[in-house]
Design a protein around this ligand. Structure first.
Ligand code: SF4
Ligand code: SF4
Length: 408
């Protein structure tokens, strides 16, 4: 694609980066066919190619309006287009630049800014979010059905095994997940314990930074990344094998710390080290350990697996969880269109509820059509979003393995 960015823009790092990404796009439109939002609206501007044009126009100083922002905001950042693109266009990097430019030229209305501020002030901090969540859980029985559906059901986590093994990993606790689904990481520790590996929780770690970065507060996202790096490095130095994440969105965010901190001389190198050490639990179980040693009790449930976009398009782990579950003896049923987003997409389900619900219902129809007893996924956001629309149980796949462990 030919570009006409001003010379002053081309002198900046981000202007150069945007220009080089734009030039790799050959406008073939292959990406449009696999874009969930284009499939919903049929509007070219709600597909990747259209959004690339909008960003190009914004960078070439053509008029930018609230309509430009609307189409960029509707993007899920699911990266399905990146998986499809034959030219390797780094769409999400371009979108990030485009959103910042558009937000600067057309400031958001006060209510939108307040909503984003509220989310980044509350969600990344368990000490603030947990009391509100507990209050909500208390009043759950009195809530109207629509609101009740959004409140996740708490599962009894059980106990964590003691850290007795020589092999150790850092298990990232996260923010929202550590409040609404502690059972996921407790289940992970039990499965790893059976495989002779102990989990460490790093003091001082916190949110991965995704909520701040996705709601436009990049400086806070960077600060969170630095704090996490400082809390993990001593454990890696002491021999921890990896930093494991059980929410694929957090795993992707951490894997991209080098991009976030590339201009920070004190942290750029450390960020590279962290990105090399972070693994989704599915990557770890399939690459770094012989999980065939796990003894499970029959009968095993039939599973319909939804691969979060962060796992399949971001971390490029399409098929990893399914392969692992099958190797352990589970029957995994594949739903139609597995590449499409469920509509959760981080803060998207809160900020774009109409499209998020349409995508959720489409996804659930396909997952339920497999006739499996349980829906499994790999990210807390997808889990809560899907569970709000179905009576079928939705669990993290590691919890299903944990529940099936041979108790003897
Ligand atoms: S598939 Fe890639 S090269 Fe083709 S239009 Fe989409 S982003 Fe551009
Ligand atoms: S990231 Fe997802 S929603 Fe956004 S343009 Fe690409 S395919 Fe469409």
């Amino acid at each position: 694609m030919q570009t006409r960015l001003s010379s002053s823009l081309l002198e900046t790092d981000w202007g150069k980066e945007a220009d080089s990404i734009l030039r790799t796009c050959v406008h073939c439109g292959f990406c449009t066919a696999t874009c969930p939002t284009y499939q919903l609206t049929g509007d070219e501007l709600d597909g990747p190619r259209g959004r690339i044009y909008l960003i190009k126009q914004a960078l070439e100083e053509t008029a930018v309006t609230a309509k430009t922002r609307k189409h960029l905001d509707r993007c899920l950042v699911c990266r399905s287009c990146e998986t499809t693109c034959p030219s390797g266009v780094r769409y999400h990097n371009l979108l990030q630049i485009g959103k910042e430019v558009v937000d600067e030229r057309v400031p958001r209305p006060l209510n939108e800014r307040f909503m984003r501020w509220g989310m980044r002030t509350l969600l990344p901090y368990p000490a603030r979010f947990a009391p509100l969540f507990r209050l909500g859980a208390l009043f759950r029985p009195l809530m109207p059905a629509a609101l009740k559906a959004k409140m996740p059901l708490l599962h009894e986590p059980g106990t964590r095994p003691s850290g007795k093994h020589v092999r150790k990993v850092i298990l990232f606790e996260g923010c929202v997940q550590s409040v609404v689904a502690t059972s996921i990481n407790v289940a992970t520790s039990r499965v790893l314990d059976r495989l002779g590996i102990s989990c460490i929780t790093a003091n001082g770690e916190g949110c991965c930074g995704a909520v701040s970065n996705h709601t436009g507060d990049i400086p806070s996202g960077k600060e969170m990344a630095r704090r996490n790096i400082d809390s993990w490095v001593p454990h890696l130095d002491a021999g921890a094998e990896a930093i494991l994440t059980t929410a694929s969105a957090c795993g992707l965010e951490i894997r991209e710390y080098p991009e976030l901190l590339k201009n920070d001389p004190a942290y750029a190198g450390k960020a590279q080290r962290i990105a090399g050490a972070v693994m989704d639990i599915s990557e770890f179980l399939s690459q770094s350990v012989d999980s065939s040693g796990l003894k499970l009790s029959e009968p095993l449930p039939q599973i319909s697996f939804h691969a979060p976009c962060t796992l399949q398009h971001g971390l490029k782990q399409a098929g990893t969880v399914e392969g692992l579950l099958q190797k352990l003896g589970f029957s995994v049923r594949t739903a139609a269109d597995p590449h499409l987003c469920c509509g959760s997409a981080g803060t998207y389900s809160i900020l774009q509820p109409r499209m998020a619900l349409q995508l959720r219902d489409d996804k659930l129809e396909k997952l339920d059509a497999t006739g499996a007893e349980v829906i499994a996924t790999a990210n807390i956001g997808c889990m809560m979003h899907l569970q709000s629309g179905t009576g079928t149980e939705v669990r993290h796949w590691i919890e299903i393995i944990d529940s099936s462990l041979d108790k003897a």
